[in-house]
Design a binder for this molecule. Sequence first.
Ligand SMILES: C[S@@+](CC[C@H](N)C(=O)[O-])C[C@H]1O[C@@H](n2cnc3c(N)ncnc32)[C@H](O)[C@@H]1O
Length: 526
Amino acid sequence: MPSNKKQHNKNKHKNNAGNQQNSNNNKNNTNNSSSHNAAAAVRQFEQPKKLNLSPQARIELHELIGLLLKTVYIETSNPKEEWEQYLKIQEILKRIQELEEPLKQQCSHKPKGNRLANIDKFYQWAKENGLQYENVEITEFPGYDLGLKATRDIQKDEILFGIPHKLVLSEEHEVCAFVRDFFQPSNLKLAFLLMVEALKEDSFWKPYIDLLPESYNTVLYFTVEEMTQLKGSNALAAALKQCRLIARLYAVIYHWPSSQIPMTDFKELFHYDLYRWAVSTVMTRENLIPRTKPKREGDTSDTIAALIPFWDMANHRDGTITTFFNMETQQVESSAQEDYKKGEQIFIYYGDRTNSDLMIHNGFINASNPKDKVSIKLGLSPSDALFEKRAKLLELLSIPKNSELKVLPAPDFISPELLAFVRVFNMNEEQLDHWINSERAMDLLHIDCALETSLESKTWQYLQTRLMLLLRVFPQTLEEDEKQLALVKDQQVAMSSRAAMILEYRVLEKRILAAALDYAKQRTKA
Ligand SMILES: C[S@@+](CC[C@H](N)C(=O)[O-])C[C@H]1O[C@@H](n2cnc3c(N)ncnc32)[C@H](O)[C@@H]1O
């Protein structure tokens, strides 16, 4: 923190080097709350007025945020209403972003120019604070932005780097009680903390923040046109929900009392674009680490979300998780999941995620994702005369009566729970009674469970119809999308990387559905 007015004003107009110097000089003070408070008070007093919006802009913003709050709290009851709500939210946010543009322009979280231009300051800061890395460096890789490169041949299981706890940004750093209690999920606490640090010119984390991307490909950055391209897909509902949640949190934070916020000029500087950046930074880069401090009231999980500088430059490839928090050394350690030749990109495995999750939360997809799945929503109708019996049998199978069940890639196609649900759904009363009283009810989860031919045939017929309907909801056929994707990959059609990701996502989802449909057809014939 700057300790006097002169120093602060000087920094305001300084280049990065000046800020970095200041950050290094003050890094040991970041946990000293009395000097923090005193410095913050000075900051508030001397905050240049140009950062503030005009009174007219503030009045309009205030009204728009009121409208946004009303809109996000409307409960929708079908996909059409959800979509209309999304459009309304986007329209309000668009005007909010226009009004807040001066705040965005002045926001110090924006890396100055090319990200790699900030790399030396990052390394200096990271090394001074205990980062241990040899044989690995941050560099650019086409299609990935930044990534980690092996600077010599590396063998599987070799330790790649160690990152001390001091360099790990988590809720255990300075989150005030109000913020801590407000956000349940650890990653939302962390996003708030990052946002506050990004607004400080002299944050301890500045060299790290300056190396982060300026924007992301998460759904929070999708245009309405891009979101439209997800119509019919499995990912749409979750994507809209995410946009609505972050719009709601933005509006709620806007109304927080200044006295509760751990930064004096926060209310003047806070804006939507900064919030979606912070949330997206956390979503695309977080890792879970064990708590090092005792749990407080309301803390349920033993792990917390954390941003881990340097580690978070590694891109994803299928494999196994090789990053661990070493409690003895209090370091995050990562080992090589395979052999690497000098100059090759080093990948880590982010964990099992569907392409829908990857696209919504991580802003990329994995074309050969072995963990991909497509959900089908199924539920029992309370007006069904056999509702109670079906519900009872489903309970015996530990399947909720309203479920999202999974269609899987080859060679599985239909998950055991989906198959069992559809079997139960198609049983007559006699069959339900039989299976409720059978010790072998769990056999219904197995593909080759001995069932009456008529029930088996109804089951596969039902699955065929559902899969066909899911494919028909898309405005474009699989063949049309595949053709378009081939043209994009051959560079015969120009498309933004985000639009190409959405197109490829649709292709992958439809391929899973189409392959499962073929399988269901074969089973019907059998
Ligand atoms: C933890 S960061 C990795 C570093 C990042 N590439 C950067 O430039 O800062 C995760 C982000 O990297 C990109 N990424 C990671 N793995 C990828 C992959 N297999 N394909 C494409 N992009 C990937 C995505 O943008 C993702 O949100």
